[in-house]
Write a protein that binds this ligand. Structure first.
Ligand code: SF4
Length: 309
């Protein structure tokens, strides 16, 4: 059951992430991979962040947890429970109140038995055993090293690390690849339990079908920024209930809908058009779309499009 939503656990305001690269003639150029990105996750809710590969979803997760590569340049603010996160605070909360369920199973320590990793500094052996039972991992699994696990088992171990604690914010970065459908569904049930217990869950996924089952609200990322945030029920209602041309196209491209991909590709970070990043593919564009397009509230959601109604 979806939940009553309370205060903001996470607020991301005007986030910019760029990387310096060498361009032609060995000139340094800044690649804006994330730009003007704002979103909130409230206590008691699951916010799904969807978008195609390369839209910046994983970088967002890493920025929140403070684990971006050293050469990343970050601007904007990220607040956790109203407190502006600094690198020190990110380190303090990471793995305790703020949990990452990462996309890559390489986050497991290759030299430590996985049972011990799940117990960590916050759990107990009993809680680890309960978590393993819940995710279909047998007792022997706890004694294994990561290289002895299949991809699906390693992913279930990673999810168990979140289950043993009492996190207030869970950032799950593509948590379901490698899981069979029953365990994937079970995983989302546990996210719902976390939300029902008062945590905020930021669920990053490309699987909008699963996002629709699990989330209260959905944020759509395109070319490094949020173009629409809307209640999940609007996505369930169909594209007429959505606000942004890309969200509508994204929904239309799903196999369960019209399976109609739109022409063109998402622009590369170093090659963004002026104004709206979707403009080169948008049938509704006008000359005004080349100016800065702010987010605005419409029909209980938010949209970055000047012609949305
Ligand atoms: S701002 Fe213009 S180009 Fe961008 S989505 Fe809206 S209509 Fe299309």
């Amino acid at each position: 059951m979806k939940n009553k939503i309370n205060s903001a656990v996470l607020q991301v305001k005007g986030l910019h992430i760029s990387f310096e690269r060498y361009g032609k003639g060995l000139r340094k150029v800044n690649l804006d991979v994330i730009h003007s990105l704002s979103l909130e996750v409230f206590s008691g809710e699951i916010l799904a962040v969807v978008g195609s590969s390369g839209s910046g979803k994983s970088l967002l997760a890493h920025a929140i947890l403070g684990i971006l590569p050293r050469n990343a340049q970050v601007a904007g603010t990220i607040c956790y429970q109203g407190q502006k996160l600094t690198p020190e605070l990110q380190k303090k909360y990471r793995g305790t109140e703020m949990m990452l369920i990462p996309q890559s199973v390489d986050y497991l320590d290759p030299l430590m038995r996985v049972g011990k990793q799940v117990v960590g500094t916050r759990g107990t052996k009993q809680k680890q055993e309960q978590a393993f039972l819940r995710y279909g991992l047998n007792e022997e699994t706890a004694k294994k090293y990561p290289f002895q696990l299949s991809g699906g088992m390693a992913r279930r171990v990673l999810i168990s690390t979140a289950v043993v604690g009492k996190p207030k914010l869970i950032v799950a970065d593509e948590p379901t690849p490698g899981l069979n459908p029953e365990i994937a569904e079970e995983t989302f049930k546990h996210f719902r339990e976390f939300a029902n217990a008062g945590a905020g869950v930021l669920l990053i996924t490309h699987d909008i079908g699963l996002a629709l089952q699990a989330a209260d609200r959905i944020a759509v990322l395109y070319a490094g920024t949020v173009v629409e945030t809307a209640p999940a029920k609007d996505f369930q209602a169909g594209k007429h209930a959505l606000r942004h041309p890309y969200s509508k196209a994204f929904l239309d491209a799903l196999p369960q809908n019209a399976f109609a991909p739109i022409a063109g590709t998402q622009p590369y970070a170093g090659d963004l058009p002026p104004g709206c990043p979707f403009a080169p593919r948008c049938r509704l564009r006008t000359p005004d779309c080349a100016r800065h397009i702010p987010m605005r509230k419409i029909r209980g959601g938010e949209v970055r499009c000047i012609h949305a109604t």
